[in-house]
Write a protein that binds this ligand. Structure first.
Ligand SMILES: C[S@@+](CC[C@H](N)C(=O)[O-])C[C@H]1O[C@@H](n2cnc3c(N)ncnc32)[C@H](O)[C@@H]1O
Length: 361
């Protein structure tokens, strides 16, 4: 069965990477089908009801950079004729039941089509009406949706991501604010890229105001934060308390962490960039080098570290023995482009040799 993820346009590749990470976390058997501008279609194998319970439950709750999830009816060229043929020909069973009402919504992505969405909504509505269903624009049982990108993706709406919840957690709305915080949607996407599951231990060794830890705690992880400044540790506590999360915080040094080797499932962190955030180290290079050594030491084999920096962190991680899985650039403003590096600690096989990696899809 095909499912479509209507992606936010806030980054070219992160939204799709976040979807892949969440599908993997939930153990779904999937393969990418097509990716067009702001829409990813995946094929998921398994019992439809089980798949849809997972998509509309934990995956909808976790995703930050997706707007909607659809059950796909068909994919066509993005011309009115091709789309209307899909709407005319599809078998409605499996998408809408007898007696249910419907609405049709068309979403134009950027400049990919030059006809108005409303025109298509009416025409598709006519096709569905002729199959014996009645429209209800205000309170429909089923929403048919067509995403008009480089292709047209037609389906029914399974769920919508509550993006306003991320706005509500904006740093300025939290009890303790300090500049230089990641926005909650970015922090959540990074937490998802780390692959952590509920109950796993996640660490942010440069936790600041706990922006990352709050998002990790909200997906059910047990969170640990370290920061060199006492006032930030106090502030992080205030922010975590609001959400009643399971956390441990300590004032300390990311270069000397009080944890045993191979005890942490994942690390997601945003170390200082050497601009405004304070550094507890001789230099930024020294800080990156020793912190990445520590991160490699405390991560469990196979564990992921997501490191945000304004300069390449990959060489420091590789020197520490971590493998680079992916590097993403994220433009924040004219003078700041963040680098997001995804590292993995190698898995060891029984003879102690490095074995094949769990590559991120
Ligand atoms: C860019 S800020 C992190 C912002 C954070 N993501 C947030 O949500 O607020 C970097 C943090 O690293 C802390 N820091 C600097 N040197 C450190 C060190 N050696 N060990 C631990 N924390 C350190 C700073 O106090 C600062 O709070």
């Amino acid at each position: 069965m095909l499912y479509a993820f209507e992606l936010s346009g806030e980054h070219e590749v992160l939204p799709a990477a976040e979807v892949f990470a969440c599908l993997k976390i939930e153990g779904l058997d999937f393969r990418p089908f097509i990716v067009v501008d702001q829409c990813l279609v995946v094929e998921i194998t398994g019992k439809e009801e089980d798949i849809e319970n997972i998509l509309t439950g934990p995956i909808t709750d976790r995703l930050a950079m997706t707007h909607h999830i659809l059950k796909v009816i068909g994919i066509s060229e993005n011309t009115p004729d091709a789309i209307l043929k899909l709407a005319e020909d599809f078998d409605s069973s499996g998408y809408i039941r007898e007696g249910q009402s419907f609405v049709v919504r068309a979403k134009r992505i950027k400049h990919h089509v030059d006809f108005p969405g409303e025109f298509l909504e009416q025409k598709i509505g006519g096709c569905i009406y002729r199959k014996g269903f009645r429209a209800n624009l205000k309170n429909a049982d089923v929403e048919f949706r067509v995403i008009l990108s480089e292709k047209a993706v037609f389906g029914t709406l399974l769920s919508s991501i509550d993006r306003s919840a991320y706005e509500a957690r904006t740093p300025q709305n939290k009890p303790f604010f300090h500049p230089g915080v990641l926005m909650p949607r970015v922090a959540r996407a990074l937490v998802n890229l780390s692959g952590i599951k509920p109950g796993d231990l996640i660490l942010d060794p440069f936790c600041g105001t706990a922006g990352i830890l709050v998002e990790a705690g909200l997906v059910g992880a047990r969170v640990i934060g370290i920061d060199a400044q006492e006032k930030l540790v106090k502030g992080a506590r205030m922010n975590l308390e609001v959400f009643k999360l399971d956390y441990v915080l300590m004032e300390g040094d990311a270069c000397r962490m009080p944890f045993k080797e191979a005890t942490i499932n994942a690390v997601v962190t945003d170390p200082p960039y050497g601009r405004s955030a304070a550094i507890l180290a001789e230099s930024l290079e020294e800080l990156y080098s020793c912190a990445l050594n520590e991160i490699q030491r405390i991560l469990k084999p196979g564990g992921i570290a997501v490191v945000v920096s304004d300069k390449a962190a990959s060489e420091y991680g590789e020197k520490a023995g971590l493998k680079v899985l992916n590097i993403y650039a994220q433009r924040v403003h004219r003078s700041l482009t963040r680098t997001i590096t995804i590292f993995q600690k190698e898995l060891k096989n029984e003879t102690g040799n490095a074995s094949e990696e769990l590559e991120q899809k």
